[in-house]
Design a protein around this ligand. Structure first.
Ligand code: AMP
Ligand code: MG
Length: 415
């Protein structure tokens, strides 16, 4: 099969222009299912949060003016007129010279405008001594102080995490309107590839890619659909790909894209339907044989078999596609500046991605140390790497001590 390698930028442009990416539509789901989904509409508060003035401490609801002048050695005396519990409207009114026992979270009763902390009082039957003055609204969370009725509490496009889901619950919503998560079929290929959990016959290896890719799909906002390991057989591969296209919004395969006699993925993908192949190899290292097709409106990404290459290509090319389809705005990756620990060489004429680990040197400077890639088949390459350094096509190497930009692969990295 004839191949003209596209540059990395050309391949990105083809993806942007040909895939016509947009969110897949919206659905209503339960808050408990909403983690990592994207809001499809603004959320406007239909009530004040908190819905009433409430105490933030355990103590006594009072008129602040009644406590003025109270000091450690000169307490003010008030009469206890009753108590307020959580979860019900107060049944009492606090008149001048009175105090009502109150607990954290309970509504402030009529007449009171502040709460004295229990630690600043002592009590003798109905008599309360207050040893510290409070100002108006002290220890009171006012109605609507958190969220005001009519306010836009969350915006369309926000990704739902623990705190956003908490806001929805505070407002009384049991469901959220979110963009549909694209279903991404994940296929592995190769006669040597065996599913984990089964015995490993001689000459075989366990399937890494289906698991690392499925997890990467989830991290990007998609729903992985694992369709198993397909042997290097054209008919079996075609059947599996057709099944994948029928049940998913896009397909990601790994392996079988090189130029060996068993590398059947590109020709099989090419024959699946119009418009067909868009990218047939990219001038990058690693990841050169990466193949991309469009069948109807569904993208098919055929990634290389080497686990580190496949995951890097996923990160660079597939992740942004899933992000857009799931309603996310494809954001720039986080990056940091560091000094190259050693000279880093590029592959001639190809955009080269050097996996690096970040460390502090003796002078506390951040340095980027290349991760041994001896065999790009190693999954540990990516597991050890904090990010990558990009060397442009026209540059031969980056010199030791040169400042480089490290694109971070792990968002949770602490520097
Ligand atoms: P291929 O592109 O099919 O020739 O695969 C390249 C290398 O990656 C070979 O060493 C394969 O055994 C390995 N490989 C392919 N698929 C997987 C997979 N799903 N998990 C782990 N290694 C794989
Ligand atoms: Mg193979």
């Amino acid at each position: 099969m004839f191949r003209r390698l596209m540059t990395f930028d050309e391949a990105k442009k083809v993806i942007d222009e040909q895939l016509k990416l947009k969110p897949l539509g919206a659905e209503e789901i339960s808050l408990l299912e909403a983690y990592n989904r994207v809001l499809a509409e603004d959320v406007v508060a239909t009530l004040d949060i908190p819905p009433f003035n409430r105490s933030t401490v355990d103590g006594y609801a009072v008129k602040a003016a009644d406590t003025f002048g109270a000091e450690e050695n000169q307490p003010v005396q008030l009469r206890i007129c009753g108590s307020v519990s959580v979860g019900e409207p107060p049944k009492i009114t606090v008149n001048p010279g009175e105090a009502a026992e109150i607990v954290t979270g309970a509504p402030i009763p009529e007449g009171a405008d502040a709460v004295v902390m229990v630690e600043d009082t002592d009590r003798d039957g109905d008599l309360l001594r207050v040893y510290r003055a409070v100002t108006r609204d002290e220890n009171v969370m006012k109605k609507g102080a958190d969220i005001k009725k009519g306010e836009t509490a969350l915006k369309a496009g926000q990704v739902l995490g623990a705190s956003e889901i908490g806001v929805l619950a505070a407002l009384g919503f049991a469901k959220a309107k979110v963009f549909k998560a694209p279903v991404v079929a994940v296929l592995s290929t190769g006669a040597e590839v065996t599913e984990p959990g089964k015995p490993l016959p001689p000459g075989k290896i366990y399937d890494i890619n289906a698991y690392s890719l499925s997890t990467a799909v989830r991290e990007s906002g998609g729903k992985p659909l694992y369709l198993g390991v397909i042997p290097d057989d054209k008919a079996a591969l075609r059947t599996a790909l057709e099944r994948a296209l029928a049940s998913a919004d896009m397909v990601v395969t790994s392996g079988g894209v090189s130029v060996g006699p068993k590398d059947l993925t590109p020709q099989t993908v090419a024959a699946l339907g119009e418009p067909g192949l868009l990218v047939c190899g990219i001038a990058v290292k690693p990841g050169k044989p990466t193949t991309i097709a469009l069948v109807g409106e569904k993208p098919v990404f055929a990634l290389p078999g080497h686990p580190a290459s496949t995951l890097l290509m996923f990160h660079l090319l597939v992740r942004p596609v899933i992000q857009l389809m799931s309603g996310r705005t494809a954001r720039e990756d986080r990056a940091v500046k560091a000094l190259a620990a050693t000279r880093m060489f590029s592959a001639k004429g190809r955009r080269t991605f050097v996996m690096v680990k970040l460390k502090h040197d003796e002078l506390k400077r951040l340095v980027a140390v290349p991760v041994e890639t001896g065999a790009s088949g190693a999954i540990t390459t990516l597991a050890k790497a904090d990010g990558f350094v990009e060397i442009p096509e026209n540059q031969q190497f980056i010199d030791s001590d040169e400042e480089v930009t490290v694109t971070l692969l792990k968002s949770t990295l602490l520097l």
